[in-house]
Design a protein around this ligand. Structure first.
Ligand code: SF4
Length: 264
């Protein structure tokens, strides 16, 4: 007979537990009680601040509808080269593209090169661009950017975001316009007043700060669409999804737009 076995009452063979069998019992995991709540790790919790509209299929539908509505969308600032586009983009702050184009037509005949702007008479240039508003600050930016292009970039508009941001008067929006439209370089997404408004209405972002909106959009829009997406949204904002009274009856995004600003 096994030395751990003995006869119990009524002659039933009883096996005494060895050390090993005791350890085995201890190692068996406890069965969870049915009533115990399941803990969701913090990382898996839903971020309530995330916009609901960034489901990839919904984003793809928005992009397809923008392609349908605006297949030929492009920058509406008239220009013959990257330098003119840079100057027009600086002039376009707080001003319509139509007004900028009117001023630019005369301006680029009078100042055809970066040298001409860099050595302009500031008081005279102020008057030349006066109709675009903020003409004193814009004159400083234009002359400063022209001088920087001459001194630091051999007279050529630079082709990287980092270099563009060294030019007076050029922030990310201006840099994205010039790099994307003049050079076809995908550096980011132009975020102007239309892109701020429509990205929020379409729930692609819940931010108001242009830098944060650009980061949000760059997360959900495929990189190859960044340039055209900016143009299309700006066109949509000018033609249909206007600030005060969006023309929702004419909008091909109406079915997938749940904005509280909708007019239908
Ligand atoms: S449905 Fe109206 S609010 Fe929504 S994107 Fe279209 S125009 Fe703008």
């Amino acid at each position: 007979m096994d030395r751990n076995a003995s006869l119990g009452p009524c002659g039933i063979l009883r096996v005494m537990p060895t050390k090993k069998t005791k350890q085995k019992r201890k190692m068996q995991p406890k069965k969870p009680r049915a009533s115990q709540p399941v803990r969701v790790p913090k990382s898996a919790a839903v971020n309530k601040k995330s916009p609901a509209g960034i489901d990839p299929r919904r984003v793809a539908a928005i992009l397809a509808k923008l392609d349908d509505a605006y297949p030929a969308a492009t920058c509406e600032l008239k220009h013959e080269n990257a330098f003119q586009l840079l100057i027009s983009t600086i002039l376009s702050a707080q001003c319509t593209d139509v007004r900028v184009n009117q001023v630019a037509e005369i301006l680029y005949k009078k100042y055809p090169t970066p040298e001409a702007f860099a050595h302009a008479n500031p008081a005279e240039l102020e008057q030349d661009i006066r109709p675009t508003g903020f003409f004193r600050n814009k004159t400083k930016s234009i002359m400063g950017a022209s001088k920087a292009i001459l001194e630091n970039f051999g007279g050529q508009v630079p082709r990287t975001m980092e270099e563009m941001l060294t030019l007076p008067g050029a922030a990310r929006k201006t840099a994205n316009v010039v790099l994307g439209t003049a050079f076809g370089i995908t550096s980011g997404i132009v975020v102007d007043t239309h892109v701020i408004r429509i990205s929020n209405r379409l729930d692609l972002t819940r931010n108001e700060d242009p830098k944060k909106i650009e980061q949000d959009l760059m997360q959900v829009i495929p990189k190859e669409k960044w340039i055209v997406f900016s143009h299309q949204v700006i066109w949509h904002g000018r033609r249909v999804c206007q600030a005060r009274k969006p023309k929702c009856v004419e909008c091909n995004l109406e079915k997938i737009c749940h904005s509280k600003d909708k007019t239908i």
